[in-house]
Ligand binder design. Structure first.
Ligand code: SF4
Length: 424
């Protein structure tokens, strides 16, 4: 007989929809109510009871032997790197930070280059932001700039835009500013097409207009001055405007400067009314590191205290320049962000890989790690808490039993192994 699980959280995108209803029979998901086109195939693909055996250099071994070897590799390393954690729970991230602190390692969450640039821009000029609850209840104007939530976050409209807002008078207005007429532009009230790489020009002109600074020129990045003036008036006259941005915001120059411009635009609209900016991405991976060390990524513990350099201590640069001698990879999401030379170097180092069995089998992970420990999948087999893309923490609900250990328990066991080595 099928078991029903209410209010299950989906972690397939940053919306973290926590209203799914899963029906499980014989340890397999047979129906996923409210799942979208992105998550449905993922739920259907969850194998019955995950199983898998740890390996050392391709040979199957016991879990204890794998943990002992992993502890030896990391404990004897003089410059270890802990990297990944992109979809890890808060609990697992805390364990990873403890381990990095003990080892004097560098810890770098696997963030996309755009996400890393957004963090640097945020640090330099700040960001006026809000929760998705505020978007739903208060926003009367939503601008999607360089993003396409209809494709990347399929339930975003259903959950946060379509329902009537408690404090919204009349209908919400949706404007898309993008380099192409994407799926979101097709259902928006208005669409402004930017020439590729010209978002910075458009943002700069718009900021000037909002601040009532005279500008010269008839067109900026493919958008006419008349269109920009109309957009500036719409932004200024909204009661609560939200600018959602994504990685399709492009600039011929610095992405950081362009994102600073976007954040400053949102800030300048906070006079008589409110305006916020929200990045549309996946679950937030950097919050735990930020609250524990003060820094969001690229944190080095070698001196006994956290030192930060978003680029200098990035996994990509450290690997490329041969500045690490062992790697603990927690998940394989970050592989796609590595340069060719960094990835090549990764293949030469002792690597301890923790990954759920479902993902270990994908082509992307042909790494031949020294130690590979299969772990259960958070949100399916184990619980925990993750941060939604607006920074709101949400609990995960396990629905299928697994024989595999959790990520958090393996990280804690490696820590114990490292401590045991130190005390002998
Ligand atoms: S919108 Fe995102 S979080 Fe919601 S069900 Fe779809 S993939 Fe999952």
């Amino acid at each position: 007989m099928a078991k029903k699980f209410d209010n299950v959280t989906c972690i397939a995108c940053g919306c973290l929809c926590d209203d799914l209803v899963l029906h499980v029979a014989d340890d397999k998901i047979i129906e996923a109510e409210r799942a979208c086109s992105l998550s449905e195939p993922l739920f259907r693909g969850i194998p019955k009871k995950e199983s898998g055996v740890p390996e050392i250099e391709g040979e199957e071994v016991s879990l204890e032997a794998a943990i002992e070897r992993a502890s030896e590799i990391l404990g004897s390393s003089s410059a270890p790197l802990i990297w990944g954690l992109a979809d890890s729970t808060i609990q697992a991230q805390r364990s990873a930070i403890n381990l990095a602190d003990r080892l004097g390692a560098t810890l770098d969450p696997a963030l996309s280059p755009f996400h890393r640039d957004a963090l640097v821009a945020l640090q330099s000029v700040g960001i006026s932001t809000c929760t998705l609850g505020e978007v739903k209840q208060r926003a009367d104007l939503i601008v999607f700039w360089g993003c396409d939530p209809v494709t990347t976050h399929p339930r975003f409209f259903e959950r946060f835009i379509d329902p009537p807002g408690r404090f919204v008078r009349g209908n919400r207005k949706v404007i898309v500013v993008s380099g192409e007429q994407n799926a979101t532009a097709e259902i928006a009230n208005e669409f402004l097409q930017v020439q590729p790489g010209c978002d910075f020009d458009v943002l700069s002109a718009l900021r000037a207009l909002v601040q009532e600074v005279a500008i010269e020129g008839k067109s900026f990045g493919g958008i006419s001055l008349d269109q920009l003036q109309k957009l500036a008036v719409q932004l200024q006259s909204a009661n609560y405007c939200v600018i959602c941005f994504g990685p399709e915001v492009t600039s011929h120059g610095s992405t950081i400067a362009m994102l600073e411009s976007l954040f400053l635009l949102a800030r300048s609209l906070n006079g008589n009314s409110r305006c916020s900016a929200i990045g549309l991405g996946g679950p937030i991976a950097e919050n735990v590191l930020t609250w524990q060390t003060g820094y969001p990524c690229g944190v080095n513990f070698a001196s006994g205290y956290p030192r930060y350099d978003a680029e200098g201590y990035s996994a990509n640069r450290l690997l490329k320049n041969c500045e690490v001698d062992a790697v603990l990879m927690v998940g394989t999401v970050g592989l796609k962000y590595l340069s060719k030379s960094a990835r090549y170097r990764l293949g030469e180092l002792p690597v301890v890989l923790l990954e759920s069995i479902q993902r270990v089998s994908s082509d992307e992970t042909r790494l031949s790690p020294t130690v590979q420990i299969p772990i259960s999948q958070s949100g399916m087999h184990t619980g925990g808490t993750v941060f939604r893309m607006d920074g709101v923490p949400l609990p995960l609900r396990p629905v299928i039993d697994s024989q595999l250990p959790s990520e958090e328990s393996i990280l804690a066991a490696i820590m114990e192994g490292v401590l045991a080595q130190c005390s002998c």
